[in-house]
Design a protein around this ligand. Structure first.
Ligand code: GDP
Length: 179
């Protein structure tokens, strides 16, 4: 087994999307395999680390930044985006508004990270709320938006864990392959 303290690359990844879509919960699920029904609102900058071996002998240190409850557009500062190479654009499958705001998040980040580029994965979270009344965004329209912004689309649930590792690992592999 590899020395767990060794890593070859470090990627800084940011979580983007409206308040309450589940950004902190997705991070908690991925890095700690835990879910809380009632999670404390992030104050200050929350920071998570996870290691992923993308191929034998190549270990990536993933550094995640959580938005510190500043999710209103334009209030997230440039320093939050600095040096980030990837972003998860997260919406809540039960919230039409959070889906409609993805475009603004995307534009905001693309403007602020220049001159370097960021790769994205679009995540429809809370897929456990599958019943007719609770799903407000169809897979088809989410895939359409994803295609427009050039990002893969993954449906996930921080609650059950479904799709969570897939979303983070897909993004990591995209960044690694683009290096
Ligand atoms: P953030 O503001 O985007 O970081 O959202 P949070 O992670 O704080 O989550 C907001 C609320 O949604 C919390 O009550 C979570 O327990 C809940 N939540 C987050 N992810 C899921 C999910 O996948 N399924 C369900 N049913 N609830 C979730």
């Amino acid at each position: 087994a590899m020395d767990p303290t060794l890593w070859q690359y470090q990627f800084r990844i940011i979580m983007l999307g409206d308040s309450t879509v589940g950004k902190s919960s997705l991070l908690k699920r991925y890095t700690e395999d835990e879910f809380l029904e009632s999670i404390n609102q992030t104050v200050g900058v929350d920071f998570y680390v996870h290691f992923l071996e993308v191929e034998p002998g190549t270990r990536i240190k993933l550094q995640f930044w959580d938005t510190a409850g500043q999710e209103r557009f334009r209030s997230v500062t440039r320093s939050y985006y600095r040096n980030s190479v990837g972003g998860l654009l997260v919406f809540d499958l039960a919230s039409r508004a959070s889906f409609q705001h993805i475009n603004e998040w995307y534009t905001e980040v693309v403007e602020k990270v220049q001159p370097h580029a960021v790769l994205f994965v679009l995540v429809g979270n809370k897929s456990d709320l599958e019943s007719e009344e609770q799903r407000h965004v169809s897979r088809e329209e989410a895939e359409e938006l994803a295609a427009r912004i050039g990002a893969p689309y993954v449906e996930a649930s921080a609650k059950t864990g479904q799709g969570v590792a897939e979303a983070f690992e897909l993004l990591t592999r995209c960044i690694y392959q683009a290096m």
